[in-house]
Every structure is written in structure tokens, then in C-alpha cells.
Design a protein around this ligand. Structure first.
Ligand SMILES: Cc1cc2nc3c(=O)[nH]c(=O)nc-3n(C[C@H](O)[C@H](O)[C@H](O)COP(=O)(O)OP(=O)(O)OC[C@H]3O[C@@H](n4cnc5c(N)ncnc54)[C@H](O)[C@@H]3O)c2cc1C
Ligand SMILES: NC(=O)c1ccc[n+]([C@@H]2O[C@H](COP(=O)([O-])OP(=O)(O)OC[C@H]3O[C@@H](n4cnc5c(N)ncnc54)[C@H](OP(=O)(O)O)[C@@H]3O)[C@@H](O)[C@H]2O)c1
Length: 259
């Protein structure tokens, strides 16, 4: 396989794979020096299928915009075409990465605010990590609230990394306070919060656990993952007066749905 400078993609080499659970893994690749992205963006990746055809799928970037590698958090869906190819991936293998990055789940899509709420289900945590690794976010907000809902406790990917972000001197210098709220929905007792995010938001338990109120004036929300969850939260938050960015007017909430 050769890399053609005229192509819209580059070939990158897999350097690391980490399995969080039988169906969730992270992988790292080399990064072309020309590849640029904003935290919250996604890349388009391709792996060959069983007949050699290319299977392209979007994947959010987990790594920081300044890292010299790219990192992704992926689900392996039973029967999924990309998932089947991903199951065969080994360090040293190559995959294609589109030269452009995409998406609107970026902090600059939002009006300035005081508290940034990052609400994710499953692999929707990925872009939140890239955002949290950006020093400017720690300067621009007073509080960063990360909420991650998963079925099982071993899917709380990057749990320790999130907890130790505040110990990073470059990030800590920004002054924001980080609150991490993990939610495991199918193993009673695994986490203090165990219900779905929309319910916890509706009955006030999420605000209580975060130690701050959700207000249109101060709160900004980024929401990523299960499309039913994003739809429910969009409706709920719109009812509270939150809006998405429209016609150049920046709003208070932004969404990315994964399927
Ligand atoms: C903008 C965007 C960014 C994305 N970023 C990521 C990412 O960072 N990590 C990631 O794992 N996936 C991400 N996805 C989904 C990803 O592109 C693939 O669809 C997914 O990894 C499965 O690919 P597949 O070919 O195996 O199955 P597909 O045929 O693509 O999907 C089959 C079914 O699997 C389920 N499914 C798909 N993606 C997910 C998921 N992430 N979590 C739970 N169930 C899912 C849905 O029921 C879907 O109908 C993203 C999708 C979009 C639109
Ligand atoms: N996770 C696994 O162990 C597993 C195993 C085999 C296959 N899969 C496949 O992987 C995919 C699902 O992956 P996933 O577990 O990462 O994603 P998921 O089903 O979206 O679940 C992730 C989290 O989102 C919650 N959630 C689901 N629907 C919601 C909604 N409408 N509103 C609010 N929260 C909601 C779930 O809560 P609930 O628990 O209440 O649903 C869970 O806490 C499916 O295609 C499934 O077939 C997953």
C-alpha cells in the first residue's frame, strides 16, 4: 500500500491499543504533521473490509490538539463492518485518516459562560477528553463538570486520567474546578449516581451532585453519544430556555450524536 500526496487521506500507524472492556477500546496512531483539529472534532478513518473494500467511519479525537499522536475511543458493535475490521487491528498496522477534521462540538460554538457541562454516554466521552486537555478551557470556565454514563463499570474509560487532570500544572494554572460524575446504569451500587442523565437532570440530582445550578446565564453544555439521549436532552434543555447556535448567534448547548 503506498501513500499518494494527491489523496485526501494519510496512512497512519497504530502504536497502541487498550481494551477497557470486551467491547470498548482505545487506540493510538501516528499523526501527520499537517493534520489539524479543534478539540471536539472528529476524524474519518478507514480500514479494509473482508473483500479489501475500504470502510470509512467518523471517530472523535480523544487526544489533545497539541499531542503528536492521534487517539480514539471505540465501541465494537456486534455485526458492525468497521467493528469487525477493528477487532483485527494490531500495533504496527496502518489505517487511513482523512486529511480534514470535522464537527461543531467545539467550545467556540458556544456563547461565553461560567460553567461547562460535558455530558456523555458510552464512547461519547472521547471528544470531552480532548476538550478537557485544552489549557484555554481551564481559563475560560470557572467549573468543568464531566458526566459519563455507561452500562458497566469497566466502561468508565479514562476514569483515572480524568481524576488526575487537575494535578496537571498547566491545566491547574487556568483555575477551573473539575467535577467528575461517573454513572453506571446496569450494576447497582457501582456509582453513587445510577440513573440515566435526562432523569438525573430533570429531578435535580445532577445539579446537586455537581454542586452548581444549571442556568441559561452561566451554564454551557456539550452533549455526545446515544442519539436517544441527545434527543431527550435537547428537548429537556430547550424547555429550560437553552438554545443551540443558529444563524451565527452562539447558543448555550451543542450536540453530537453517534448513530
Ligand atoms: C460524528 C460521529 C462521531 C463518532 N465518533 C465515534 C467515536 O469516537 N467512537 C465510536 O466508537 N464511535 C463513534 N461514532 C460511531 C462510529 O462512526 C461507528 O458507527 C461505530 O464505531 C460502529 O461502526 P460499525 O461499522 O462497526 O457499525 P455501524 O454499522 O456504523 O453501526 C451499527 C450500530 O451500532 C451502534 N453504534 C454505532 N456507534 C456506536 C457507539 N459509538 N456506541 C454505541 N453504539 C454504537 C448503533 O446501534 C448503530 O446503528 C461516531 C459517529 C459519528 C456520526
Ligand atoms: N455495553 C455493553 O456491555 C455492550 C455489550 C454488547 C453489545 N453492546 C452494543 O453496543 C451498543 C451500545 O453501546 P453502549 O453501551 O456504549 O451505549 P448505550 O446503549 O448508549 O449505553 C451507554 C449509556 O447510555 C445510557 N442510555 C441509553 N439510552 C439512553 C437514553 N435514551 N437516555 C439517556 N441515557 C441513555 C445507558 O443507560 P441504560 O443502561 O439505562 O441503557 C448507558 O448508561 C449497542 O449497539 C449494543 O448492542 C454493548
Amino acid at each position: 500500500m503506498t501513500q499518494d500526496a494527491m489523496e485526501k487521506w494519510t496512512l497512519e500507524t497504530v502504536s497502541m491499543l487498550r481494551h477497557w472492556s470486551p467491547t470498548m477500546l482505545s487506540f493510538r496512531t501516528s499523526r501527520s504533521p499537517g493534520f489539524r483539529f479543534k478539540p471536539g472534532h472528529y476524524a474519518r478513518l478507514a480500514l479494509p473490509g473482508p473483500d479489501g473494500e475500504l470502510i470509512w467511519r467518523p471517530y472523535s479525537l480523544v487526544s489533545a490538539s497539541h499531542d503528536d499522536y492521534l487517539e480514539f475511543l471505540a465501541i465494537q458493535v456486534p455485526g458492525g463492518a468497521f467493528s469487525a475490521a477493528l477487532a483485527l487491528l494490531q500495533p504496527g498496522d496502518v489505517l487511513r485518516v482523512d486529511k480534514s477534521s470535522f464537527g461543531f462540538l467545539t467550545v467556540d460554538q458556544l456563547a461565553p459562560g461560567k460553567d461547562l457541562w460535558l455530558l456523555a454516554s458510552g464512547t461519547g466521552l472521547g471528544p470531552m477528553l480532548s476538550i478537557l486537555r485544552e489549557p484555554a478551557v481551564w481559563q475560560d470556565f470557572k467549573r468543568l463538570v464531566v458526566v459519563h454514563s455507561v452500562r458497566h463499570v469497566n466502561e468508565l474509560a479514562y476514569r483515572n486520567d480524568i481524576a488526575s487532570l487537575q494535578d496537571d500544572p498547566v491545566l491547574a494554572e487556568g483555575g477551573a474546578q473539575l467535577r467528575y460524575l461517573p454513572i453506571v446504569t446496569r450494576e447497582p451500587g457501582a456509582t453513587a449516581l445510577a440513573q440515566r442523565i435526562p432523569l438525573l437532570l430533570q429531578d435535580g440530582r445532577l445539579e446537586c451532585a455537581a454542586g452548581c445550578a444549571l442556568t441559561v446565564q452561566d451554564s454551557r453544555l456539550m452533549i455526545c453519544g446515544n442519539p436517544d439521549m441527545t434527543a431527550e436532552l435537547r428537548q429537556l434543555l430547550a424547555g429550560l430556555g437553552f438554545s443551540t447556535t443558529r444563524c451565527g448567534v452562539r447558543g448555550q448547548m451543542a450536540f453530537e450524536k453517534y448513530w
